[in-house]
Design a protein. Structure first.
Length: 290
Protein backbone atom coordinates (compact mmCIF):
# COMPACT_ATOMS: atom_id res chain seq x y z
CA UNK A 1 0.00 0.00 0.00
CA UNK A 2 2.92 2.32 0.68
CA UNK A 3 4.57 1.70 -2.69
CA UNK A 4 1.40 1.98 -4.72
CA UNK A 5 -1.10 4.52 -3.47
CA UNK A 6 -4.51 3.12 -4.38
CA UNK A 7 -6.96 5.81 -5.41
CA UNK A 8 -10.46 6.06 -4.00
CA UNK A 9 -13.25 8.59 -4.39
CA UNK A 10 -15.10 7.26 -1.35
CA UNK A 11 -14.83 9.20 1.91
CA UNK A 12 -15.80 6.02 3.76
CA UNK A 13 -12.73 4.23 2.40
CA UNK A 14 -10.54 7.21 3.26
CA UNK A 15 -11.85 6.95 6.82
CA UNK A 16 -11.21 3.19 6.89
CA UNK A 17 -7.60 3.72 5.84
CA UNK A 18 -6.80 4.82 9.40
CA UNK A 19 -5.73 1.86 11.50
CA UNK A 20 -8.58 0.38 13.51
CA UNK A 21 -12.26 1.09 12.92
CA UNK A 22 -12.47 2.90 16.27
CA UNK A 23 -9.62 5.30 15.53
CA UNK A 24 -10.80 8.87 15.94
CA UNK A 25 -9.87 11.39 13.27
CA UNK A 26 -9.81 14.95 14.57
CA UNK A 27 -12.60 17.00 13.03
CA UNK A 28 -14.40 14.00 11.52
CA UNK A 29 -17.71 12.57 12.73
CA UNK A 30 -19.02 9.17 11.62
CA UNK A 31 -22.57 7.83 12.07
CA UNK A 32 -23.84 4.49 10.85
CA UNK A 33 -27.33 3.08 10.29
CA UNK A 34 -28.11 -0.48 9.25
CA UNK A 35 -31.40 -1.75 7.87
CA UNK A 36 -31.12 -5.47 8.58
CA UNK A 37 -34.30 -6.36 6.74
CA UNK A 38 -33.16 -4.81 3.48
CA UNK A 39 -29.42 -5.29 4.12
CA UNK A 40 -28.70 -1.63 3.44
CA UNK A 41 -26.04 0.24 5.41
CA UNK A 42 -25.92 4.04 5.48
CA UNK A 43 -22.81 5.79 6.78
CA UNK A 44 -22.56 9.55 7.32
CA UNK A 45 -19.07 10.98 7.34
CA UNK A 46 -18.94 14.66 8.28
CA UNK A 47 -15.65 16.47 7.85
CA UNK A 48 -15.90 19.53 10.05
CA UNK A 49 -12.45 21.13 10.16
CA UNK A 50 -9.51 21.91 7.91
CA UNK A 51 -7.41 19.47 9.91
CA UNK A 52 -9.94 16.71 9.33
CA UNK A 53 -10.06 17.57 5.64
CA UNK A 54 -6.26 17.37 5.40
CA UNK A 55 -6.09 14.02 7.18
CA UNK A 56 -8.91 12.55 5.11
CA UNK A 57 -7.76 14.06 1.84
CA UNK A 58 -11.33 15.23 1.21
CA UNK A 59 -13.00 18.68 1.36
CA UNK A 60 -15.02 19.81 4.37
CA UNK A 61 -18.62 18.64 4.03
CA UNK A 62 -21.05 15.76 4.43
CA UNK A 63 -20.61 12.38 2.73
CA UNK A 64 -23.46 9.85 2.73
CA UNK A 65 -22.48 6.34 1.67
CA UNK A 66 -25.12 3.73 0.95
CA UNK A 67 -23.89 0.12 0.81
CA UNK A 68 -26.07 -2.72 -0.41
CA UNK A 69 -24.48 -6.05 -1.40
CA UNK A 70 -27.57 -6.93 -3.45
CA UNK A 71 -27.22 -3.80 -5.56
CA UNK A 72 -25.21 -5.73 -8.13
CA UNK A 73 -28.12 -8.11 -8.81
CA UNK A 74 -30.90 -7.35 -11.34
CA UNK A 75 -33.70 -7.41 -8.74
CA UNK A 76 -36.08 -4.58 -9.70
CA UNK A 77 -37.98 -4.63 -6.41
CA UNK A 78 -34.76 -4.37 -4.41
CA UNK A 79 -33.47 -1.56 -6.60
CA UNK A 80 -36.74 0.26 -5.99
CA UNK A 81 -36.05 0.07 -2.26
CA UNK A 82 -32.54 1.39 -2.83
CA UNK A 83 -33.99 4.29 -4.83
CA UNK A 84 -36.32 5.14 -1.94
CA UNK A 85 -33.45 5.26 0.55
CA UNK A 86 -31.32 7.20 -1.89
CA UNK A 87 -34.09 9.74 -2.44
CA UNK A 88 -34.23 10.41 1.31
CA UNK A 89 -30.46 10.92 1.37
CA UNK A 90 -30.68 13.33 -1.54
CA UNK A 91 -33.43 15.34 0.14
CA UNK A 92 -31.27 15.47 3.29
CA UNK A 93 -28.48 17.13 1.33
CA UNK A 94 -30.84 19.38 -0.62
CA UNK A 95 -32.03 20.87 2.66
CA UNK A 96 -34.90 23.32 2.95
CA UNK A 97 -38.01 22.30 1.06
CA UNK A 98 -38.84 24.83 -1.62
CA UNK A 99 -39.31 25.20 -5.34
CA UNK A 100 -36.03 25.06 -7.20
CA UNK A 101 -34.54 25.13 -10.63
CA UNK A 102 -32.27 22.05 -10.62
CA UNK A 103 -29.65 21.23 -13.23
CA UNK A 104 -28.51 17.59 -13.38
CA UNK A 105 -25.22 16.94 -15.17
CA UNK A 106 -24.29 13.42 -16.23
CA UNK A 107 -20.49 13.37 -16.29
CA UNK A 108 -18.42 10.85 -18.17
CA UNK A 109 -17.99 9.30 -21.59
CA UNK A 110 -21.09 7.57 -22.94
CA UNK A 111 -18.90 5.54 -25.32
CA UNK A 112 -16.86 3.97 -22.49
CA UNK A 113 -19.19 1.68 -20.55
CA UNK A 114 -17.70 2.00 -17.02
CA UNK A 115 -17.78 5.78 -17.46
CA UNK A 116 -21.31 5.98 -18.88
CA UNK A 117 -23.21 6.05 -15.57
CA UNK A 118 -23.82 9.81 -15.55
CA UNK A 119 -25.02 10.12 -19.16
CA UNK A 120 -27.30 7.08 -18.79
CA UNK A 121 -28.80 8.40 -15.54
CA UNK A 122 -29.67 11.74 -17.12
CA UNK A 123 -31.36 9.99 -20.05
CA UNK A 124 -33.89 8.47 -17.62
CA UNK A 125 -34.73 11.70 -15.77
CA UNK A 126 -38.10 13.43 -15.88
CA UNK A 127 -37.09 16.74 -17.48
CA UNK A 128 -39.60 19.53 -16.77
CA UNK A 129 -37.97 22.95 -17.23
CA UNK A 130 -38.94 23.37 -20.87
CA UNK A 131 -42.55 22.31 -20.22
CA UNK A 132 -42.99 24.68 -17.28
CA UNK A 133 -41.43 27.61 -19.16
CA UNK A 134 -43.69 26.95 -22.15
CA UNK A 135 -46.99 26.02 -20.50
CA UNK A 136 -46.70 26.97 -16.82
CA UNK A 137 -46.89 24.87 -13.68
CA UNK A 138 -50.40 23.67 -14.52
CA UNK A 139 -48.95 21.24 -17.07
CA UNK A 140 -47.43 19.29 -14.16
CA UNK A 141 -50.75 19.13 -12.30
CA UNK A 142 -49.48 20.82 -9.14
CA UNK A 143 -49.12 24.33 -7.77
CA UNK A 144 -45.51 23.80 -6.67
CA UNK A 145 -42.98 22.07 -8.85
CA UNK A 146 -39.25 21.92 -9.41
CA UNK A 147 -37.85 22.86 -12.80
CA UNK A 148 -35.53 20.04 -13.84
CA UNK A 149 -33.02 20.37 -16.66
CA UNK A 150 -30.28 17.98 -17.71
CA UNK A 151 -27.00 18.06 -19.60
CA UNK A 152 -24.42 15.50 -20.70
CA UNK A 153 -21.28 17.62 -21.31
CA UNK A 154 -19.11 14.76 -22.56
CA UNK A 155 -15.35 14.66 -22.01
CA UNK A 156 -12.52 16.84 -23.22
CA UNK A 157 -11.46 14.38 -25.94
CA UNK A 158 -14.94 14.74 -27.47
CA UNK A 159 -15.51 18.50 -27.03
CA UNK A 160 -12.10 20.12 -26.62
CA UNK A 161 -13.50 21.85 -23.55
CA UNK A 162 -13.19 21.28 -19.81
CA UNK A 163 -16.37 19.93 -18.23
CA UNK A 164 -16.21 22.85 -15.80
CA UNK A 165 -16.15 25.35 -18.67
CA UNK A 166 -19.31 23.86 -20.17
CA UNK A 167 -21.12 23.68 -16.83
CA UNK A 168 -20.09 27.23 -15.89
CA UNK A 169 -21.51 28.53 -19.16
CA UNK A 170 -24.80 26.68 -18.66
CA UNK A 171 -25.10 27.83 -15.05
CA UNK A 172 -24.45 31.45 -16.06
CA UNK A 173 -27.09 31.26 -18.81
CA UNK A 174 -29.87 29.26 -17.11
CA UNK A 175 -29.25 30.31 -13.48
CA UNK A 176 -30.26 27.09 -11.66
CA UNK A 177 -30.55 27.09 -7.86
CA UNK A 178 -28.79 23.73 -7.49
CA UNK A 179 -26.46 21.54 -9.52
CA UNK A 180 -26.47 17.77 -9.12
CA UNK A 181 -23.65 15.89 -10.83
CA UNK A 182 -23.66 12.13 -11.42
CA UNK A 183 -20.39 10.37 -12.14
CA UNK A 184 -18.65 7.00 -12.06
CA UNK A 185 -16.10 6.67 -9.25
CA UNK A 186 -13.06 4.58 -8.37
CA UNK A 187 -13.02 2.42 -5.24
CA UNK A 188 -10.21 0.98 -3.17
CA UNK A 189 -12.01 -2.28 -2.44
CA UNK A 190 -13.43 -4.69 -5.01
CA UNK A 191 -16.36 -5.54 -2.71
CA UNK A 192 -17.70 -2.00 -3.19
CA UNK A 193 -17.79 -2.14 -6.99
CA UNK A 194 -21.36 -1.43 -8.14
CA UNK A 195 -22.57 -2.01 -4.56
CA UNK A 196 -21.99 1.44 -3.10
CA UNK A 197 -23.45 4.89 -3.75
CA UNK A 198 -21.89 8.07 -2.37
CA UNK A 199 -23.64 11.42 -2.09
CA UNK A 200 -21.84 14.56 -0.98
CA UNK A 201 -22.51 18.29 -0.76
CA UNK A 202 -18.86 19.12 -1.54
CA UNK A 203 -19.11 18.92 -5.32
CA UNK A 204 -16.70 16.91 -7.44
CA UNK A 205 -13.45 16.99 -9.38
CA UNK A 206 -14.22 15.17 -12.64
CA UNK A 207 -11.81 12.37 -13.50
CA UNK A 208 -10.00 12.42 -10.16
CA UNK A 209 -10.65 8.74 -9.47
CA UNK A 210 -8.54 7.63 -12.44
CA UNK A 211 -5.95 10.38 -12.09
CA UNK A 212 -7.35 12.73 -14.76
CA UNK A 213 -7.59 15.83 -12.59
CA UNK A 214 -9.88 18.51 -14.01
CA UNK A 215 -11.23 21.76 -12.63
CA UNK A 216 -13.61 21.25 -9.72
CA UNK A 217 -17.38 21.66 -9.79
CA UNK A 218 -18.11 23.20 -6.39
CA UNK A 219 -20.12 25.97 -4.73
CA UNK A 220 -16.95 28.08 -4.76
CA UNK A 221 -16.37 27.68 -8.50
CA UNK A 222 -20.00 27.91 -9.64
CA UNK A 223 -21.69 30.11 -7.03
CA UNK A 224 -24.49 27.61 -6.34
CA UNK A 225 -24.73 24.46 -4.17
CA UNK A 226 -23.37 21.33 -5.83
CA UNK A 227 -24.36 17.78 -4.84
CA UNK A 228 -22.37 14.89 -6.28
CA UNK A 229 -23.73 11.35 -6.68
CA UNK A 230 -21.39 8.55 -7.66
CA UNK A 231 -21.02 4.79 -7.89
CA UNK A 232 -17.62 3.06 -8.04
CA UNK A 233 -17.35 1.15 -11.31
CA UNK A 234 -13.57 0.60 -11.45
CA UNK A 235 -10.70 -0.34 -9.14
CA UNK A 236 -6.98 -0.23 -9.66
CA UNK A 237 -5.14 -3.49 -10.27
CA UNK A 238 -3.25 -2.80 -7.04
CA UNK A 239 -6.54 -2.97 -5.12
CA UNK A 240 -7.27 -6.47 -6.45
CA UNK A 241 -3.82 -7.69 -5.53
CA UNK A 242 -4.13 -6.13 -2.07
CA UNK A 243 -7.55 -7.73 -1.51
CA UNK A 244 -6.12 -11.13 -2.47
CA UNK A 245 -2.78 -11.04 -0.66
CA UNK A 246 -2.91 -8.27 1.93
CA UNK A 247 -0.16 -6.26 0.22
CA UNK A 248 0.85 -5.14 -3.24
CA UNK A 249 4.61 -4.85 -2.79
CA UNK A 250 5.22 -7.57 -5.40
CA UNK A 251 2.93 -6.05 -8.01
CA UNK A 252 4.68 -5.68 -11.39
CA UNK A 253 5.32 -2.00 -12.16
CA UNK A 254 3.49 -2.19 -15.49
CA UNK A 255 0.22 -2.84 -13.62
CA UNK A 256 0.52 0.42 -11.69
CA UNK A 257 -2.23 2.74 -12.88
CA UNK A 258 -4.23 -0.03 -14.57
CA UNK A 259 -7.97 0.06 -13.82
CA UNK A 260 -10.28 -2.95 -13.91
CA UNK A 261 -14.05 -3.24 -14.22
CA UNK A 262 -16.42 -6.28 -13.96
CA UNK A 263 -17.24 -8.19 -17.15
CA UNK A 264 -20.99 -7.53 -16.80
CA UNK A 265 -20.50 -3.77 -16.43
CA UNK A 266 -22.83 -2.99 -19.36
CA UNK A 267 -25.82 -4.60 -17.60
CA UNK A 268 -24.78 -3.07 -14.27
CA UNK A 269 -24.57 0.47 -15.67
CA UNK A 270 -28.00 0.12 -17.23
CA UNK A 271 -29.52 -1.04 -13.94
CA UNK A 272 -27.73 1.43 -11.68
CA UNK A 273 -28.38 4.42 -13.92
CA UNK A 274 -32.10 3.68 -13.69
CA UNK A 275 -31.84 3.29 -9.91
CA UNK A 276 -30.18 6.71 -9.61
CA UNK A 277 -32.58 8.45 -11.97
CA UNK A 278 -35.58 6.94 -10.20
CA UNK A 279 -34.21 8.18 -6.86
CA UNK A 280 -33.75 11.69 -8.25
CA UNK A 281 -37.24 11.71 -9.74
CA UNK A 282 -38.61 10.64 -6.34
CA UNK A 283 -36.64 13.29 -4.48
CA UNK A 284 -37.69 16.08 -6.83
CA UNK A 285 -41.36 15.09 -6.78
CA UNK A 286 -41.67 14.22 -3.08
CA UNK A 287 -39.96 17.42 -2.09
CA UNK A 288 -42.71 19.57 -3.55
CA UNK A 289 -45.61 17.31 -2.62
CA UNK A 290 -44.81 16.74 1.08
Amino acid sequence: MERFRIRTDLALEARESFEGSDTEVHGVEVEEEYDEKRDIRLTRVRILTERGAKEMGKPIGTYLTLEAPGMATPDEDYHREISEVLAKCLRELMGEEKERSILVAGLGNRDVTPDALGPEAVSNLLITRHLIREYGKQVMGTERVNQISGIVPGVMAQTGMETSEIIQGIVAQTEPDLLIVVDALAARSTRRLSRTIQLTDTGIQPGSGVGNHRSSLTRESLGIPVIAIGVPTVVEAAAIIYDASGNCEQMPPHLNGMFVTPKNIDETIKQLSFTLSEAMNMAFQTEVQS
